[in-house]
Write a protein that binds this ligand. Structure first.
Ligand code: ZN
Length: 290
């Protein structure tokens, strides 16, 4: 198992957009773009409807992995701190970009400033799951979705009812004393008046169970993610442009039949996908919840 660090740009990313291929294999249909995988020998049909196509994929799939990125959370009104506006706002308010403020070394050196930023920008207690989360939970109940792999740290997949959720970047809902390892809920951390939350037992600093920049991802979570990806017949990737590590790196473990990308903007993997949907993910997946 290779070690990897959060948010490092993955070596296999190709920043060059393959405009030509996308034009050749892309077909615009009712706001969505359908791109067919070249090597599968499909013929392009202008009548192909992305909704019908997706329905067919759902029906024929028995092992779906649902991979969710920040775009799934933004539809629950949780802003993406990695977006242009997110970075701009953080620098404006705190003087540092988010990848500095959310780094392990910043946490150790400027713990107070870290928690000020963290509580203000990373915690959204009133956020509710949207139809993308409910879709993943519902199709797990139906025996189709076997795992959710997420880059989000908000716990919304579990709130929607998903059982098997692999949180690559951890969760704000779990917090541990750095000294004695005592568990603290988010509520307990936030209820403390102190600028730096401390352990009631030993006085140690309570650290959120979130993977910071410069920290390694949890190996067990990565291994389980790879195992599910290798077994999956369908991979639905939603709300990520696949530029954040380890999303792109994990994708290569998928060898199944259907790769579906649902993202508002173009990704470097569009030309590899069997179905590309450029719609609001909650709205699109909500159509399959009846
Ligand atoms: Zn402690």
């Amino acid at each position: 198992m290779e070690r990897c660090h959060i948010f490092l740009k993955c070596g296999i990313m190709n920043p060059q957009k393959k405009e030509e291929e996308q034009t050749i294999y892309g077909a615009r249909n009712s706001g969505a773009v359908l791109i067919l995988r070249k090597e599968k020998g499909y013929t392009m049909s202008m009548e192909t409807d992305s909704k019908k196509q997706f329905q067919k994929i759902l029906e024929e799939s028995n092992y779906i992995v649902f991979f969710s990125g920040a775009g799934v959370s933004t539809e629950s009104n949780i802003p993406d701190f990695r977006s242009e506006s997110g970075i701009y706002q953080t620098v404006k308010d705190y003087g540092y970009p988010p990848e500095v403020m959310l780094s392990h070394s910043f946490f150790l050196r400027h713990t107070k400033a870290f928690f000020a930023f963290y509580k203000d920008k990373m915690i959204y207690r009133d956020a509710k799951p949207n139809n993308a989360h409910y879709f993943a939970a519902e199709y797990e109940k139906r025996g189709k979705v076997k795992a959710v792999i997420t880059q989000n740290i908000d716990g919304l997949h579990q709130m929607a009812g998903s059982q098997k959720v692999l949180e690559l970047h951890g969760s704000v809902l779990r917090n541990y004393c750095m000294n004695c390892n005592r568990f603290y809920s988010l509520e307990e951390v936030l209820s403390q008046e102190k600028e730096i939350p401390v352990c009631e037992t030993c006085g140690g600093i309570i650290k959120p169970d979130v993977v910071l920049y410069e920290e390694s991802l949890d190996e067990q979570t990565l291994m389980e993610s790879v195992m599910h990806l290798e077994k999956a017949d369908t991979l639905i990737v939603g709300g990520t442009s696949l530029t954040v590590y380890p999303a792109a790196g994990l994708l290569r473990y998928f060898r199944g039949k259907n790769l579906v990308l649902i993202n508002k903007s173009k990704t470097d993997y569009d030309n590899m996908a069997d179905l590309v949907i450029r719609e609001n993910i909650g709205q699109f997946l909500g159509q399959f919840l009846d």
